[in-house]
Design a protein. Structure first.
Length: 286
């Protein structure tokens, strides 16, 4: 009994802030419920889910988050690997330690602040981005107002914040490679691209997959940057699933419909994670 009592605070926390909200969200998703009239909710089964997958705005949000996730993670891996190689070569120097510490600063800033900072940088009239473009003779761009450019700008901001995360993972992987492998490659006269392809990439593949899992889940939960910079616009060009659920819940008060969108986000995260973990385990077995 004494041992069980020590688990009570964690159990209460888990039930109150995790299990109950999840169960209640699933419950609401099966009802036609308005936030201002929860006492009049009506059970409708899976109608909310059926409506979601015929809602063009929700489908646009799914497409946008898929594009954002794939593009962001690709940029983070490519730039992160290059940066990890640079820091790996500078690992014994003081300047390397200083630069490595400075490089992770974007991760320390909250997404809300990141959004505010870049909303000023990309301001069409007063932002430094358009000022610098004007200095080299390029017309000002509507970073957040141009439908063809807004999503790319959000991807740029998201990648800027989280590339250091992928860099740190890859750097840790590179540092775990035995020095004997590099020495053997040097004796054999291997070029840098041979070393990358046959030693480094296979060695860090597992840790990169873990990073991809975490970043996919993070991107599916992305909200702050879009909320601060574009509010899902112009049109639906930057509408993402979390912002869609937020608007249904707190702008239109359709909490049943919004809860259905939130449950879809959760199960998408679980399915993607399960598939990736299965692939990771099979890769480790090979």
């Amino acid at each position: 009994m004494e041992r069980l009592m020590f688990l009570v605070p964690a159990g209460v926390y888990l039930v109150a802030l995790t299990i109950f909200p999840f169960v209640y969200s699933v419950y609401l998703s099966l009802h036609q419920a308005k936030l201002t009239k929860l006492h009049r909710m009506r059970f409708i089964g899976f109608d909310n889910y059926a409506e979601l997958f015929t809602d063009s705005l929700f489908l646009d949000a799914c497409r946008n988050i898929a594009v954002l996730t794939v593009a962001s993670i690709t940029v983070e891996i490519l730039i992160g690997f290059f940066a990890a190689k640079v820091f790996f070569s500078l690992r014994e120097t003081r300047i390397g330690a200083v630069l490595r510490s400075a490089s992770i600063m974007p991760m320390m800033i909250t997404p809300i602040c990141i959004g505010l900072i870049f909303s000023y940088i990309f301001n069409p009239n007063l932002g430094i981005a358009n000022f610098l473009l004007g200095e080299i003779g390029i017309s000002p761009l509507g970073w957040f107002s141009d439908p063809s450019l807004a999503l790319a700008t959000v991807i740029l901001i998201n990648s800027w914040q989280w590339t250091p995360f992928m860099m740190l993972l890859m750097l840790a992987g590179l540092m775990s490679i035995p020095a004997e492998q590099y020495e053997a490659a040097e004796i054999e006269g291997a070029k840098w691209y041979h070393i990358a392809a046959w030693i480094e990439i296979p060695a860090i593949r597992g840790i990169v997959l873990v990073g991809i899992i975490l970043r996919v889940i993070d991107n599916l939960r992305l909200f702050d940057i879009v909320y601060v910079t574009t509010r899902g616009g112009p049109g639906s060009s930057t509408e993402i699933v979390t912002f869609f659920a937020y608007k249904q819940d707190f702008q239109y008060f359709q909490v049943g419909y919004g809860s259905a969108a939130a449950v879809v986000i959760l199960f998408a995260s679980v399915i993607i994670t399960a598939i990736t973990v299965k692939y990771l385990r099979s890769a480790e077995d090979d």
